[in-house]
Design a binder for this molecule. Structure first.
Ligand code: PRP
Length: 215
């Protein structure tokens, strides 16, 4: 039986490149994909895959809408957007933490509304709702660390990987919200109509991981 072509959304950047490296070793390579050109779509000649380079925070949108059958996305994006997709695998890449951070030594007044700067308003809201803590969200798109330094917020809810950004800006982790890593997601219809293709891919990834563990 001829397998159908899989459309794969890869997050632009280091994580996507790492994931592609893994997929290439599993036989899902696509010439030119890592040449550093500005091209966004790549197809292999064998009809196995078609890749799209997409903005990391948009991967789930392509997969949910079926423009891509599968994609790789950080758990932070899944928690924030709550897309209607299946989450198939924790790839174990791109490990980091979602944290509450603030100026070193700063302690928030528990009787006042906490001003929280973040790129992840939904994650921040549900985290503090579970603690019955009243907050005001200040939604930013980047350089979140600036907000408490400039007195615009009391804390931030943001991703911490190596911790250098916090350290270099005299900030520290106050609380850990959750652990993050890269996840393989699949469009719900594609999971049915391209089940053989998706399962084969998942099996190959699992085998690689098994081998890695056994080594
Ligand atoms: C992310 C995150 C932190 C930083 C954490 O920012 O928002 O700022 O990485 O990494 P570290 O713990 O290894 O220092 P990103 O690089 O995505 O840039 P941004 O400021 O545009 O969000």
């Amino acid at each position: 039986m001829k397998l159908k072509r899989l459309n794969i959304a890869l997050p632009k950047g280091r994580l996507g490149e790492k994931v592609y490296e893994m997929l290439e070793t599993l036989g899902y390579g696509c010439p030119g994909l890592t040449d550093g050109s500005r091209k966004l779509i790549f197809e292999d000649d064998g009809g196995i895959t078609r890749y799209f380079w997409v903005k990391p925070s948009d991967v789930d949108i392509y997969v949910e809408r079926g423009a891509a059958d599968i994609g790789v996305v950080g758990r932070d994006i899944l928690l924030e957007h709550n897309p209607d997709v299946y989450e198939l695998l924790d790839l174990g890449f791109g490990k980091c933490r979602m944290c509450v951070a603030g100026m070193a030594g700063y302690e928030a007044n528990p009787n006042r509304t906490l001003r929280v700067a973040t790129k992840f308003p939904n994650i921040a809201r549900s985290y503090y709702a579970a603690k019955s803590r009243e907050i005001e969200i200040i939604k930013l798109s980047g350089s979140i660390e600036l907000a408490p330094i400039l007195g615009m917020s009391d804390v931030i809810v943001d991703i911490v990987e190596t911790g250098s950004t916090l350290k270099e800006n005299n900030l520290e982790v106050k609380e850990t919200v959750c652990d993050i890593s890269a996840r393989l997601i699949v469009n719900k219809a594609a999971y049915r109509f391209k089940n053989d293709e998706v399962r084969e891919l998942v099996e190959k990834i699992n085998t690689v991981y098994k081998n890695k563990v056994e080594k």
